[in-house]
Design a protein around this ligand. Structure first.
Ligand SMILES: [Zn+2]
Length: 413
């Protein structure tokens, strides 16, 4: 496959007329006037090629719960709406929700997502079929100890897959016992897989924990020897200076989810400070029940502007730093060999830049972060075209299937 005459951002400058040659699932050459290797030649004259974006924290099947319960206090929201509906989810709903979620990720040029939810086998199968990468962990709660039984079979089944990376997903320190957390750590070490956990998301959760244990959730995890470069910790809103030092020392990856944190009034994560301390910070949308979309570009803009306002310093978290959160930082967190360079996995998106919000051609990185309002036309993952000039095969059917699942879930209320 040859992508012909694309724009490309390299070291901050915009290059024109760049050809990208793809062989199998990898990029084989990037340069000018390359010769096609087969019939697939994509005319990218008005397109900017960007490496595949990563959504580092979500619960994809929750796309079915989009708009179902908004504008509520956190506890009634979970107790009266989200949890009862989740208890009625069937495998067919998960398939419908994950398909819908993948559709949306592909529309935003995302080629990998990090997920924690129920029915991970179904999630993995649908993600494969949709053609994107998933780092997938079945959620673990002490309330449902049987979930732990599925972890190892799931890892064994999917660990050699080229798109799916199985992981372990203890929900949080207030829902998992010390024993469950240690078991999760042990499994992650044995199989060399990631651990996905929610950490210090709300003030109440942290205050309650500190009152009971006399230490913060981060200090507690540190005392268990739980923290390492394998850990991807979502949220990290309420951290002490000591917590931040620990996260940096242990090379923990943080998945920042600003829109969910704002919508649920959880707070503003100290992202600029975390980055200053050397923590690898990535970007996630969280589930569509608290966002309510999976638009990683919108997430970048909100991440940047909120940090600036909260710190009273417009210079912090510049466009290139926030772009890295959705790309390079996530590649490091999930060990992904992605980038527009020879040898890298062929995960990329083509964005039509002949649009008002990309004009004039000043700084394209700035446009991508602050101005972008659509334009992803092609999404390619692992060398396979998933969106072709704005068209994703089977889209209409996926939307109908999601609508039917939602209607059944509501009718059982
Ligand atoms: Zn979450």
């Amino acid at each position: 496959m040859l992508i012909r005459s694309a724009f490309l951002i390299q070291n901050g400058s915009l290059l024109k007329d760049i050809d990208i040659l793809i062989e199998g699932n990898r990029i084989s050459e990037v340069g000018r006037d390359l010769r096609p290797n087969d019939d697939e030649v994509i005319d990218a004259r008005n397109m900017l090629a960007v490496p595949g974006l990563v959504n580092s924290h979500t619960h994809l099947a929750m796309t079915l719960l989009r708009g179902y319960a908004d504008d509520m206090e956190l506890i009634p929201w979970l107790r009266d709406k989200i949890w009862p509906l989740e208890a009625r989810l069937r495998p067919s709903d998960i398939r419908a929700g994950v398909r819908l979620g993948c559709l949306e990720l592909i529309r935003f040029g995302v080629t990998c997502y990090n997920d924690m939810y129920y029915f991970m086998d179904e999630t993995a199968a649908v993600t494969r079929e949709m053609g994107i990468r998933g780092v997938l962990s079945g959620v673990l709660f002490d309330m449902r100890p049987e979930l732990l039984d599925d972890v190892e079979p799931f890892i064994k089944k999917w660990r050699d897959d080229d798109l799916i990376k199985p992981a372990v997903g203890p929900h949080a320190v207030y829902t998992c016992s010390e024993e469950t957390l240690l078991r999760a750590r042990e499994i992650s070490e044995r199989y060399d897989v990631k651990i996905h956990i929610h950490l210090s998301e709300t003030r109440d959760e942290v205050d309650t924990f500190v009152n009971q244990r006399r230490m913060t959730p981060v200090e507690f995890l540190e005392s268990l020897g739980f923290l390492s470069e394998r850990v991807v910790a979502a949220h990290c809103v309420w951290l002490t200076p000591r917590d931040m030092r620990i996260l940096a020392e242990r090379h923990v990856n943080v998945a920042h989810c600003p829109i969910s944190n704002l919508k649920l009034a959880s707070g503003i994560a100290p992202v600029a400070t975390l980055i200053e301390q050397g923590v690898n910070v990535c970007l996630g949308t969280d589930g569509a029940s608290s966002n309510n979309n999976l638009d990683i570009f919108e997430e970048m803009k909100v991440a940047a502007v909120v940090q600036k306002c909260a710190a009273g310093r417009p210079a912090i978290l510049p466009a290139d730093a926030v772009w890295r959160m959705a790309t390079e930082n996530a590649y490091r967190a999930f060990s992904l060999d992605i980038g527009i360079r020879p040898g890298a996995l062929a995960d990329l998106a083509l964005i039509n830049i002949k649009r008002p919000w990309f004009t004039p051609e000043t700084s394209m990185l700035s446009h991508l972060v602050y101005s972008m309002a659509g334009g992803v036309c092609w999404t390619i993952c692992n060398g396979r075209v998933l969106m072709r000039d704005g068209v994703i095969e089977g889209e209409e059917k996926i939307l109908e299937e999601a609508q039917r699942s939602y209607e059944r879930l509501i009718s059982e209320e």
